[in-house]
Ligand binder design. Structure first.
Ligand code: SAM
Ligand code: SF4
Length: 407
């Protein structure tokens, strides 16, 4: 089948690993290294982009930039300003620039620095408004810290504000989850991410539960109830459940950066631990990736090694993976199942066994989705179909993926 034309990346992920302490449930790449390192780290981010992807260092190279962490807002003021100067240069007119922010780092000076630095969107890690849930997660912010942070960010002129919530925390009840949603909506955010807690191996929280299996057994069926409750509550309040864990007040408030991931667009990632995915013909000459495939790179999570390499003018150590064209097609379908949009399945995907035809029938039989034929652009029915998941199908998106892609 003809491969989709390779696309130049228009999205940039910037990873800032510094955190004041490690929360008991988190296994992201973080470090509590001293503030003296912040300016060096930011200078090295700029250098890494030049080394890695010189064609994307021109002003206006990116339509979406996501500064994630770690805690980017923990950066020393001079380092944060240098980072935002860098991202502002790279942002195209009308670009979306998001920064992740911990509530306890917010004061008027930080909020002003973000707005003056060209940040349009702040994603604030609220997690919960129940003190016992925050304590179990070992979060540093109290519910009132979150409320004050929202007010301060709004006063400074942050126009797009997202809150992260989390469900499935040991000891959390349905009433706690409802309380979190009510309190979050009172703050009038524009976007909400409601993540299921993942019990990551090796974290203090998972250890305290007796391991991953034991933690999931303790949670039992309650997880499904929480998820149901979150969707019901937010939809009843007029919010759009546009992705597995994400809700927007209006279509324009969807996170454009994350939409690029879910639509399988390519992106550049810089910083220690950052992941990047490029399409075959724009990942540098001689990469050995066949047309239609992907080149995925994950920088190794070691701050000194990353810094030393980049400062010496070398690419930092990374794990590199070639994703063949067939697997890339499978990934595209899997990602599409996350979104509130019909998934297009080409006749060729069925013919090549990328999507299992019997699995598709089974999804329809189980009322997890409905399948319709779609005509080609010339109006002829050639066996292309569109799969639209039901609410239950969307909730069980992982199982639908297994039926379709892993028969
Ligand atoms: C990695 S953090 C970075 C932003 C910021 N430091 C914060 O904590 O909000 C981004 C989001 O990932 C979530 N997260 C971290 N570990 C998680 C886990 N094990 N399961 C689900 N969400 C997790 C955090 O709660 C946070 O909302
Ligand atoms: S959840 Fe956020 S603040 Fe906590 S350790 Fe992870 S990245 Fe840092």
């Amino acid at each position: 089948m003809p491969h989709a034309p390779a696309q130049l990346p228009r999205s940039l992920y910037v990873h800032v690993p510094f955190c004041a302490h490690r929360c008991g449930y988190c296994d992201f790449v973080t470090t509590s290294r001293s503030p003296e390192m912040h300016e060096r780290y930011v200078a090295a981010l700029r250098r890494e982009l030049e080394l890695r992807s010189p064609e994307t260092t021109a002003p206006g190279s990116f339509d979406t930039i996501f500064i994630g962490g770690g805690t980017p807002t923990l950066l020393e003021p001079a380092a944060l300003e240098a980072l935002l100067t860098f991202t502002r240069e790279l942002a195209a007119p009308g670009a979306e620039v998001t920064i992740e922010c911990n509530p306890e780092t917010v004061d008027a000076a930080l909020a002003r620095r973000l707005v003056d630095g060209g940040v349009h969107r702040v994603s604030l890690g609220a997690q919960s408004f129940s003190p016992h849930v925050l304590a179990t997660l070992e979060r540093r912010a109290e519910p009132d810290t979150v409320r004050r942070a929202v007010a301060t960010l709004r006063e400074a002129g942050v126009s797009r504000l997202s809150l992260d919530l989390i469900w499935g925390v040991p000891g959390q009840t349905n009433a706690d989850v409802t309380h979190d949603l009510v309190e979050a909506l009172k703050l009038e955010p524009d976007h909400l991410s409601a993540y299921e807690l993942e019990f990551k191996p090796g974290t203090r929280l998972t250890h305290a539960q007796g391991g991953v299996e034991a933690a999931l057994t303790n949670l039992g069926e309650q997880g499904d109830d929480f998820y149901d409750l979150v969707i019901d509550h937010l939809e009843a309040a007029g919010w759009w459940w546009y992705e597995t864990a994400n809700f927007a007040r209006t279509p324009d408030e969807r996170c454009r950066h994350n939409l690029a991931y879910w639509q399988a667009d390519p992106w550049v990632g810089i910083g220690v631990g950052a992941v990047e995915t490029l399409h075959a013909s724009n990942d540098g000459a001689g990469s050995g990736v066949a047309a239609g495939g992907l080149h995925r790179r994950t920088n190794l999570p070691n701050v000194p090694r990353w810094l030393n390499a980049v400062e010496a003018g070398e690419l930092p150590p990374s794990r590199d993976e070639v994703v063949d064209a067939r697997t890339a097609r499978t990934e595209r379908v899997m990602l599409g199942l996350r979104l509130d949009a019909p998934v297009n399945i080409a006749a060729q995907d069925l013919f090549d066994g990328i999507v299992d035809a019997a699995g598709l029938e089974r999804v329809a039989e189980l009322e997890l989705g409905s399948v319709t034929m779609v005509p080609s652009p010339d109006g002829v029915l050639r066996g292309d179909v569109e799969l639209r998941l039901t609410r239950r199908g969307r909730m069980l998106q992982g199982s639908v993926g297994s039926l379709l892609l892993d028969p």
